[in-house]
Design a protein around this ligand. Structure first.
Ligand SMILES: [Zn+2]
Length: 427
């Protein structure tokens, strides 16, 4: 009888170590030099990157793949996107949302993206998005983990039934408390919503992840309240602020006070670079602001930052593939993370840092961890970011769930090699 169900041989791990990985059942049973071992199935990964799976800490699975219905977002702004989604959700059915979400999950698996935190719109008295996403969470559970956030898209107070619907959604099994303070009618209402939502989370023992200050307004400062409420209620390490775009435009002196508050509260930050660079700064002439939060400055103070996808083919973003390497690639450009250790960190920000933000305790390439990994047609984490290459094999919970051929081109050039793959590692 074979020692392992699956053996991944000779892969290069993101930190540069070379190791074999033996998988038994849904666990990593051994990691190291396993030459001479037998296995039911062998994945030869010599020269290829073997990484723990990608994790997306911010997505909207209820809206994905709905681009163009009922029409496209002409202004390209967040607010027109919210209005469009408001129209679409009058008529959308549970079955349609389930079908679109499952199609997206297929894309995700093929790219090695095996955990997604999705915000779910609870501003609908029928809670159709909640019903649909709970159904999807169960369906994909054998191969993809979904963490759902109760998201009052139209404002906890601005929408008259949002509060009761958010509580209903949590009672139905939605995992995390969401919010959108910058969309409330006033700053005061936004801050009050942060307080109330954090109290709900504290009472129920849940994590918090709010869309926070997703605007170009330097006075949008709900992250300050979020950090203070996190500390007051003892929620340290369980709270994330998504987007934090206004921080890009804030006064530098104010930021020098704000960031230590976030560090003290252990609040994580989840910028979404593809969407932030597309939606923010739309009312600027030139020079035009980038709208991405202050990533390196937060990291320098020990604040955890993870890159999120946010949208694929929906009212806010017409493009997107589900590839977290695209997200990290955009992020590293906009945040100017070009030093080798910064590029390496960008890879970690779509893998292990996101896993830590989501509290995934069984994650990682180590003995005893859940046997989930992805083999990439690249020699290192940085090369994976540069190439965003084929995912040669994806293993989820001990099962091979996707395979893909290498991306080599066949060349017909006189006196040149017959094939090319654009790999180019420093030796
Ligand atoms: Zn979002």
């Amino acid at each position: 009888m074979a020692e392992f169900d699956i053996l991944v041989t000779g892969g290069t791990l993101p930190d540069g170590r070379v190791a074999d990985i033996g998988i038994t059942g849904d666990r990593i049973a051994a990691l190291g030099d396993l030459s001479g071992s037998t296995a039911g199935e062998v994945i030869e990964a010599a020269g290829d990157l073997v990484s723990p799976p990608f994790v997306d800490p911010h997505f909207h699975l209820d809206a994905t793949l709905s681009y163009g219905t009922p029409r496209i977002n002409a202004s390209g702004t967040l607010l027109e996107g919210i209005a469009l989604w408001g129209e679409l959700k009058q008529t959308v059915t549970v079955d349609e949302m389930v079908e679109r979400a499952l199609a997206y999950c297929d894309w995700a698996v093929s790219l090695g993206l095996l955990t997604i935190r999705s915000h779910v719109d609870v501003c609908d008295d029928q809670l159709r998005a909640v019903e649909a996403m709970l159904q999807v969470r169960e369906t994909v559970k054998p191969y993809l983990d979904l963490q759902l956030v109760a998201f009052p898209q139209d404002g906890l107070y601005r929408d008259p039934t949002a509060h009761q619907n958010l509580i209903r959604a949590l009672d139905m099994g939605v995992d995390v408390v969401g919010g959108i303070p910058h969309f409330e009618r006033t700053r005061a209402a936004g801050d009050a919503s942060v307080t109330e939502l954090c109290e709900i989370a504290a009472k129920r023992g849940l994590m918090v992840d709010m869309h926070c200050d997703e605007s170009d307004d330097p006075q949008s400062r709900h992250i300050e309240t979020l950090a203070a409420e996190t500390t007051r209620l003892g929620l340290q390490g369980r709270v994330a602020g998504s987007h934090l775009s206004s921080m890009h435009s804030m006064d530098n002196y104010y930021v020098s006070k704000l960031l230590p508050l976030m560090a003290e509260a252990e609040v994580s930050a989840i910028p979404n670079p593809l969407i932030n660079i597309m939606l923010q700064g739309r009312q600027d002439t030139f020079p035009k602001r980038r709208g991405l939060t202050r990533v390196k400055e937060m990291q320098a103070l020990g604040i955890r930052v993870g890159w999120g996808q946010d949208c694929v083919r929906d009212p806010w973003y017409s493009l997107g593939t589900g590839d977290m390497l695209d997200v990290a690639f955009m992020g590293m450009h906009v945040a100017q993370m070009s030093a080798p250790e910064e590029m390496q960190r960008c890879f970690d920000m779509v893998t292990q840092e996101n896993a830590a933000i989501l509290g995934l305790e069984e994650y990682g390439l180590r003995e005893g961890a859940l046997a989930s990994l992805v083999v990439l047609d690249a020699g290192s984490a940085i090369e994976a970011l540069r190439l965003r290459p084929a995912r040669l094999a994806v293993v989820s919970k001990g099962k091979i769930v996707s395979t893909q051929p290498r991306g080599d081109a066949t060349l017909r050039l006189p006196g040149r090699p017959k094939s090319g793959n654009r790999r180019h590692e420093l030796s």
